[in-house]
Design a protein around this ligand. Structure first.
Ligand code: RAT
Ligand code: ZN
Length: 407
């Protein structure tokens, strides 16, 4: 049974529904190569724990020296046993490098023989990826001009319109909307709501996003009359409805608990998922794609998903994306929801990271499904290869496209 499940999973094509990588048209925004892999913020956080340099000293260093320090600290001075460190070695190994040489310069040489396009093709092929979804922010000054130039974007890279800059950072960013010709007021008065709707419609027309996305902190309560919820309910949800796309919510990240660590400075907190229930109930006609950061919320999230067909839960987000917790969460979801969920997304920032992410996803899903199918066979229920293939295709992509109404 294990072999049959593995065979089908090896053939299953993946849609990676949330990442932070960009199509090659976005040029330097597409991160790839050994120095970027070493400078991933997950590894930076682990390096700074050893205290050989302060965060301030680290940020002063040139990029390649930062990568050298991460390598020295996490791979030479200590054994690379954390999930992120193992993941890096898995990348090197699956691209054909010898990890035992521990020769950082030879890894640099390997990547120098590639181009962004060649590395994208190589990892899409090796990871069995059909397509992925980027995270796209019109407030990003490097990203916006690429969209405005009408660049030709590799069709394997879909857009998602991320609205944290607009909604969570409203107080900082509303003046930029004014600069761009939208008549908005800080307190959301006057024409603000309709002008924000116009802004969203304009960017939806430019990006054709598969969904609109927002992350909220664990203290998020719904409803509460806050500016965040007004912008969510009066702008984001209606704009998504007009575009016929879901609203994606990521719940439970406490941003910048240690700002010195920059991107690595965010933390986690337990959220109140009764708010999510009230949101799904009030907006029954809206489809919500949701992931939650706290391990403690996972059981509750699965139960909420049982109550609301307009809620599709996805992925093992961020710190949850370690084999130990992916296994736990996938088992619990399968037992509570069958195959009607999206168990994995990669959240990668550096292109090659999809390799270990999706090999773990396949491996752990094989463990879980094998146990379940074996239990069925003990009851006399025979599972066909076609049924195994169907279940894998659902969980690795089709449930997403079906939820979008595009399958
Ligand atoms: O997983 C990450 O890399 C985080 O830094 C976040 O970007 C998070 O996934 C998010 O989308 O907010
Ligand atoms: Zn993310």
């Amino acid at each position: 049974m294990r072999q049959r499940v593995e065979n089908e999973l090896a053939r299953t094509r993946v849609t990676d529904i949330h990442t932070h990588v960009y199509a090659p048209a976005f040029r330097s925004l597409l991160l790839w190569g050994i120095d970027e892999l070493l400078n991933h913020h997950y590894l930076i956080a682990e390096t700074l724990r050893w205290g050989t340099v302060t965060p301030a000293e680290f940020w002063e260093m040139p990029r390649s020296a930062q990568a050298d320090l991460v390598w020295q600290t996490l791979f030479v001075d200590h054994s690379p046993v954390s999930a992120s460190a193992v993941g890096l070695l898995e990348i090197l190994s699956s691209l054909g490098m010898e990890v035992q040489t521990r020769d950082l310069e030879s890894y640099r040489t390997f990547f120098r023989s590639h181009t962004p396009e060649s590395i994208v093709d190589k990892v899409f092929d090796a990871a069995g990826l059909d397509s992925l979804v980027m995270t796209n922010d019109p407030f990003d000054d490097e990203e916006r001009p690429v969209w405005e130039s009408g660049a030709d974007i590799d069709p394997r890279f879909h857009a998602a319109l991320r609205l944290d800059s607009l909604i969570i950072s409203w107080d900082t960013n509303y003046p930029r909307l004014r600069d761009w010709g939208y008549d908005v007021e800080p307190n959301l008065g006057g024409r603000t709501i309709s002008e924000v709707r116009r802004f969203l419609a304009d960017w939806i027309a430019v990006m054709s996003p598969l969904y609109l996305m927002l992350s909220v902190n664990p203290a998020w309560m719904f409803p509460d009359g806050s500016a965040v919820n007004r912008l969510l309910e009066e702008c984001m949800i209606p704009a998504a409805a007009d575009a016929g796309v879901p609203v994606a919510l990521m719940i439970g990240c406490r941003r910048q608990v240690n700002p010195e660590l920059r991107l690595a400075g965010d933390s986690v907190g337990i959220a109140d998922l009764a708010s999510l229930e009230r949101l799904c109930a009030k907006h029954a006609g809206t489809k919500f794609l949701v992931t939650v950061l706290s391990r403690e919320n996972q059981y509750e999230l699965d139960v909420v998903a049982r109550k609301f067909p307009n809620l599709m839960i996805f992925g093992c987000w961020w710190f949850l994306n370690i084999p130990y917790l992916i296994d736990e969460m996938t088992r619990m979801r399968v037992e509570l929801l069958g195959t009607s969920h999206i168990p994995h997304h990669s959240d990668v920032r550096v292109m090659e990271q999809v390799l270990p992410k999706w090999s773990h996803a396949r491996h752990i899903t094989a463990d879980v499904l094998t146990d379940k199918y074996c239990a069925l066979e003990e009851l006399g229920w025979k599972v066909t290869d076609a049924e195994i293939a169907r279940d894998c295709a659902d969980m690795f992509g089709r449930n997403f496209w079906r939820f979008l109404g595009k399958y």
